[in-house]
Each structure stands twice: as structure tokens, then as C-alpha cells.
Design a protein around this ligand. Structure first.
Ligand code: CA
Ligand code: CA
Ligand code: CA
Ligand code: CA
Length: 271
């Protein structure tokens, strides 16, 4: 190949690689939310109990997990994306027990960091450490701004963050500083195991109907998304990675979030 054609070939190959890569997808500017492929994915939260909040997911046996890999998730481009599965990927599941929604998450991450927060905090800057953020749109109205100043959207949910070290944050919900309260929300991680050398990060949440506005019940569908925040160098955030969202600011635009159907308890299980 002449030098000219060689460069043209390299250019074409690069274009093909970029077009097929998540990097391209993550950095693309979508023309409008209405044409985003795979927008608003759906998950089913079956009735399932008992769940024990302890960072051990054996009690989730039989509940389907959804895998979110760099090739099929959404990077919020407030932070850089990664194409490496080892750098960051997660899987999650949802279920309910007629009183609350439960969320389980298992994260693969190449460097575990929790230097910016302290266990026991309920107003932690969770996004600067390895953390999970759950977003609830309890009135399911797909509002373009979940953070309206009048609080009308946060009355039906908002953001509920849990750091791998057990620190928490719900100040961007209608229910600030309520982590640990059974009538609001609770959670647990496998931090004890991580400190002993375990490499897989595990999280469990319990979110009572109250933090969705109080009217959500089995049979309803709520707006929902979930993100893994990744700190790899012990300072601020390196990656922000969502199941569903419109980047940038996935945390704000409910139109890009997924749906969770709260599947009622089967009649054959009794009352
Ligand atoms: Ca458990
Ligand atoms: Ca990482
Ligand atoms: Ca990390
Ligand atoms: Ca940090």
C-alpha cells in the first residue's frame, strides 16, 4: 500500500473501531431522547423474601440479575468512560416483600477506594469513592429535571447512595439523612470481607415505599436507574456508570431512566 492509502486504511479501520466501540457510543451526542436505542429498559422485581441486609447475596437465590458491562451500559460523561470490563462492571437485581423494594449489586472493580467518606456518615460525598447510587422516580412521570428547586420530584424519590465502606447519602432525595431508618431506607455492604481481601464489592438496599412518595405498591411500575461510581486512585471519581440514562447528568433526567415493575406476590403463596 502506498503511504497515502496506508493512512486512508488506518483512518477507515479507526473509524470502524470507534463506531463499534462503547467509547464512540458513550461520547456520541444523541439527536433527541426519543431516538435513543434501548431507552428505558425494564426490570421485574418479584416478590421474594426474606432478604437479610448483610452484604451476602445468597438470600437472592432465584432472583434474576441484570449485567451492566462497558459495552451495554451508559457512562455519564461528567467523568471519563472506560472500555475495560476489569476496570468496572456490575450486575444488579431487584425484588420486594410488599413493604419495600430491595436492590442487590455486585461490582467488579480493579482498585477499591473509600478515602473520601467515613463509615457511619449519612451525608457522605459518595460519588468520590467506590459507591452505588440508586435513583427512584416514584410518580413515574419521566421528569426532565429530578432536582427542581420546589422539590416536587424529590417528594417521590431521588438519589440514594451507598459507599462500599457503609457511608451513605440521600440529600438529593426528598428524605435527607434518613439512612438506617427502617421506615425510610437501609443498606449493607461486604466491607468487612473487602478489608480481609475479598475483591468483589457487594451491596444490599432496602427502600420502603415511603421514600417513593408513599403511594407505590406491588403492581405498580416506577422509574429507576442505578449507577456504579468508581474511584481508582484514592482521590475523586474516575468513572460514573449507569444501567440507563441520558449523558451527561444521567442523575437529573428521569426520561433516560429504566422501569421497575413490582410484580405482585403470586396467589399460590397465600396472604
Ligand atoms: Ca443478604
Ligand atoms: Ca476501576
Ligand atoms: Ca474503584
Ligand atoms: Ca475518593
Amino acid at each position: 500500500m502506498t503511504a497515502r492509502y496506508k493512512f486512508a486504511g488506518i483512518g477507515l479501520c479507526s473509524a470502524a473501531l470507534l463506531a463499534s466501540s462503547n467509547l464512540w457510543r458513550a461520547q456520541a451526542f444523541w439527536p433527541s431522547p426519543s431516538v435513543i436505542p434501548n431507552r428505558n429498559p425494564r426490570a421485574v422485581a418479584p416478590y421474594h423474601q426474606p432478604i437479610v441486609l448483610d452484604g451476602d447475596l445468597k438470600d437472592w437465590d432465584g432472583v434474576p440479575f441484570i449485567s451492566v458491562m462497558p459495552r451495554n451500559g451508559i457512562f455519564d460523561l461528567e467523568s471519563p468512560p472506560t472500555t475495560s470490563d476489569d476496570d468496572l462492571n456490575f450486575r444488579f437485581a431487584v425484588c420486594h416483600d410488599n413493604e419495600a423494594l430491595y436492590v442487590a449489586v455486585e461490582v467488579t472493580d480493579d482498585a477499591i477506594q473509600a478515602d473520601s467518606t467515613t463509615p457511619g456518615q449519612t451525608d457522605a460525598p459518595a460519588w468520590d469513592d467506590d459507591a452505588i447510587e440508586v435513583f427512584i422516580d416514584g410518580n413515574h412521570n419521566h421528569a426532565p429535571d429530578a432536582r427542581t428547586k420546589d422539590g416536587s420530584e424529590q417528594a417521590f424519590g431521588g438519589e440514594f447512595s451507598l459507599v462500599i465502606n457503609g457511608a451513605a447519602m440521600s440529600n438529593f432525595s426528598g428524605f435527607p439523612n434518613t439512612f438506617g431508618k427502617a421506615d425510610h431506607w437501609q443498606g449493607a455492604t461486604n466491607w468487612d470481607q473487602i478489608q480481609k481481601g475479598e475483591k468483589t464489592l457487594r451491596y444490599e438496599y432496602r427502600l420502603a415505599w415511603k421514600v417513593m412518595g408513599g403511594k407505590v405498591r406491588p403492581g405498580d411500575t416506577i422509574g429507576f436507574t442505578i449507577a456504579a461510581q468508581d474511584d481508582d486512585d484514592g482521590r475523586r471519581r474516575d468513572h460514573s456508570f449507569y444501567w440507563a440514562g441520558i449523558s451527561p447528568h444521567c442523575w437529573r433526567d428521569e426520561r433516560g431512566w429504566g422501569n421497575v415493575y413490582l410484580q405482585p406476590k403470586p396467589a399460590n403463596l397465600g396472604n
